[in-house]
Every structure is written in structure tokens, then in C-alpha cells.
Design a protein around this ligand. Sequence first.
Ligand code: PXP
Length: 237
Amino acid sequence: MILGVNVDHVATVRQARLSFEPDPLTAAALAILGGADGITVHLREDRRHIQDRDLRLLREQVHVELNLEMAATEEMIGIAIETGPDLVTIVPEKRAELTTEGGLNMIEQKEHLREAVKKIQAAGIPVSLFINPHVMDVDIAQEIGAEMVEIHTGLYANAKGKHQELEFERVEEAVRFARRNGLLVNAGHGLNYFNVRRIAAIEGLRGLYIGHSIVSRAILVGMERAVREMKALLGRP
Ligand code: PXP
């Protein structure tokens, strides 16, 4: 089970003062020492945390999977092709949101995404689509040629009691359906040290992508330890 650590919020703290610290590159190096199998950054249109320079330097330094999260815009597609991350995860992006609020609108965006996937893949970069846990969205992801999907776990993470059970079942069903259709399947968003175990136990999952909770713990106990503790909860090598 791959653990991709999202270091965006290290840059969030740096940008709060337009300073040189803390450095996401150092955070990435420590995350890798702690056992991270991948490093994720989201280069947002408004550059609120990760900057273009961070991405370039990470590409030079990171030898594990570098996953670039991005909106499917011409600008970002150009940057992805120029930088050459190991994986591009296409996410929806709204300026006013605090964080990614949900999966892609696969019905409305289908043709636009098909084109974006084709352009990125033509540069030799595999593409993952961040989708809601709906069977129909999995179907569309496969139809437009993505090799991978990341199932949105935010609703599971935020729900309580019976609702959480229902959301869990949706994630589980989407993972099962995607695997049956030959896609590689990841999951992420809102996962933390308390709710990750059930998701990690889902059969067939390739990996989890986690940011906020790991960076939050890293502030208190250090990045290496925070990653090590998360890896231990995933339970599988
Ligand atoms: N996966 C995707 C596609 C995301 O957009 C994010 C947030 O940037 C994450 C995973 C990580 O979510 P969190 O920070 O809640 O762990």
C-alpha cells in the first residue's frame, strides 16, 4: 500500500509570511525518510501554497513517486509536460474553496477531461482522476482513458455514525468496481490517524494520499515520526 504524502501545507505556512521557511523540499526529504512512498503537491492556479519553483526543485530531488495534483487547464497541462512528474492527478479547482471540495464532475467535464488525459499521456505521464465514489464516474474515467483513479474519501471522513457507514460502503463499492474494470485505484482526502484504518483495509487499493493530518502531526512530533506512525496504520507493506 503506497502512502503519498501531500506537503502543500508546509508551503501554506511559508506563504503566510512570504518567507523561506518552512521548506516543502526539506519536508519531502524527511517524509521519505519516514517511509513515504510518494510526495504529492497541488500547484493551484492562485499559487496559494506550492510555487512553480517548489515543483521544479521537487522534480530534481524526489526519487519516489512525485504526484502533481492540478486542474485540467492549458497552463497546468503545459507545466506538467515540462516538469515531468511521475503521476498527474487531475482535480477540480475553485478559487474560493479552502481545499478540494469533491471529485471531478465527470459528466459535464467528460470531453474536456478526455482531451487533457490524452495530452498528458502523450508526454509519457500516467494520469489519475480524482472522482467521487460513484460507479458511473468510474465508468467514465475508464472510458476516457485514465489508467488510474483516486476515490474521494472526504464524505466518509466527515460523516458520523450511520452516515459514515453508508459513505464507507460507497467508497468500497467504487474501489471494487474500478478494480474489476482494470483501473488502478487510490483513495484520499480527509483521512487521518483515526479514520484511515478502515479505508486502508479495502481490498485492491493501490495507495492513499494524505496531507493535512500528517503535516498537522508533523508540526508537533516531526515529519519523520508523523509519516512512520501513519505508515504503521496502513498495515500492509
Ligand atoms: N487527494 C486529493 C486529490 C486532494 O486534492 C487532497 C488535498 O489536496 C488530498 C488527497 C489530501 O487531502 P488531505 O489534505 O485532507 O489529507
